[in-house]
Design a protein around this ligand. Structure first.
Ligand SMILES: C[S@@+](CC[C@H](N)C(=O)[O-])C[C@H]1O[C@@H](n2cnc3c(N)ncnc32)[C@H](O)[C@@H]1O
Length: 393
């Protein structure tokens, strides 16, 4: 039988920790999020109204608890942010976690952050995090635990660092957090809506005619060029003769390298590319980032865009194998399922984070995608909680 325990959910977002720990017998006694949309969705799902800005909450007003969960804001550490770490006000929210831990000394801490937390500032940020937690009497592995849902067979590649701490006096000395020994198979199809699901108006997610045209042009390209397929960024701009006169001397080495590879690709395929560029010129949408390709499905993959996962990104049209989706992010680059010629729906995105279908998402898709992009994967939390919380759960 499950034991009962109490937990708190700091920076709760959609409540990924909440879903996971309540399944193991936990009761949430306090949650907080500064974002009113998150607080509303949380309340709709769990009947518990989260508090707001944690910096304004007196730690003495937080009820006693056994487990503290916190996916503290990661913008300050993520590669996408400016990487200011502990000097960024969002980085300092870690010290609010410390303030609460110091007062309540819960038996267990489950902390989650972006992978870059570990490498940030030459490892200094990770050292600061470890020192503070150890000074408060917590034990945890020295090596960071880096984990992604795809390691459990969930088709999303999302590497995150997990800091799983036990208070020294309750610690099981022999606790070794284990990762699965085998690599499970993943396939994008696992999370797609089927005819058994109540589907939303799916036409809202289908690609526009111009998007289809751009992707068809790229499909012609990868079918037409001589193998192997180019796995470096393809920049059509560099195929134009006029650009060949530009000196490359002052460019950084990585950029020079890409340009030279593009020119060589053009030279190998000149008649085909010249004819193809004429067709591209007739499509006004084929410009800027849409005129760049990031083929990441492998140089020997079947040359068919439509059998892959696609994304329109600021750096180009990215193509990946249909095994697992790239990490969801808070900004909108929602993945496209090539075979269906549409973007993932919010429900499918929620499945990538292992939220149950009964979870009520925000009715505004843009907000729902953002919240899911910030969230923690429920099954991953459960996987670790089962190992860490043996004495309470
Ligand atoms: C990485 S997300 C955590 C997501 C959460 N674990 C989940 O499962 O959805 C960080 C959250 O911290 C919230 N946040 C940022 N600053 C905050 C503050 N000062 N007080 C409380 N919450 C804050 C953000 O609104 C965001 O929802």
């Amino acid at each position: 039988m499950k034991k009962k325990f109490k937990f708190i959910d700091l920076f709760c977002g959609l409540g990924g920790f909440h879903v996971a720990l309540s399944k193991l017998g936990g009761t949430c006694v306090f949650a907080s999020d500064i974002d009113s949309d998150c607080r509303q969705v949380y309340k709709d799902n769990f009947g518990l109204e989260p508090h707001g800005d944690i910096t304004k909450v007196d730690e003495k007003d937080i009820p006693a608890h056994d487990v503290l969960c916190a996916g503290f804001p990661c913008q300050a550490f993520s590669k996408a942010g400016k990487r200011e770490g502990m000097t960024d006000p969002r980085g300092t929210l870690f010290f609010d976690v410390i303030r609460i831990v110091e007062h309540h000394k819960p038996s267990y801490l489950m902390l989650e952050n972006v992978r870059n937390l570990v490498g940030h500032d030459d490892g200094n940020t990770w050292r600061v995090v470890k020192e503070h937690l150890r000074a408060l009497g917590y034990v945890f592995p020295d090596e960071p635990i880096i984990f992604s849902p795809h390691m459990l067979g969930i088709p999303q590649f999302r590497e995150r660092v997990f800091i799983l701490c036990q208070r020294k006096d309750v610690a099981r000395r022999n606790l070794q957090i284990k990762k699965p020994l085998t690599k499970p198979e993943c396939h994008a199809e696992q999370i797609l809506l089927t005819s058994d699901d109540t589907t939303p108006d799916i036409s809202r997610y289908t690609l526009s005619n111009t998007e289809l045209k751009v992707l068809d042009l790229w499909n012609e390209f990868i079918r037409g060029v001589k193998p192997p397929l180019p796995t470096f960024p393809v920049w059509t701009e560099e195929f134009r003769e006029v650009n060949r006169c530009t000196s490359l001397e002052n460019l950084p080495a990585w950029k020079r390298n890409i340009i030279l590879r593009n020119r060589a690709l053009y030279d190998r395929n000149k008649p085909f590319i010249d004819a193809w560029l004429k067709r591209c010129a007739a499509c006004s949408a084929f410009a800027g980032a849409k005129a760049k390709l990031e083929w990441q499905s492998g140089e020997n993959a079947k040359p068919n865009m439509w059998e892959n996962i696609l994304q329109f990104r600021p750096s180009g049209v990215r193509v990946k194998r249909p095994t697992y989706f790239p990490a969801l992010v808070a900004i909108t680059q929602t993945s496209i399922v090539g075979s269906l010629r549409r973007r993932l729906t919010p429900r499918e995105t929620a499945r990538l984070q292992s939220f149950p279908d009964s979870y009520k998402l925000h009715p505004n898709d843009r907000i729902a995608y953002r919240q899911l992009g910030n969230s923690v994967n429920v099954e991953v939390v459960q996987f670790f909680a089962r190992q860490l919380l043996k004495s309470v759960a």
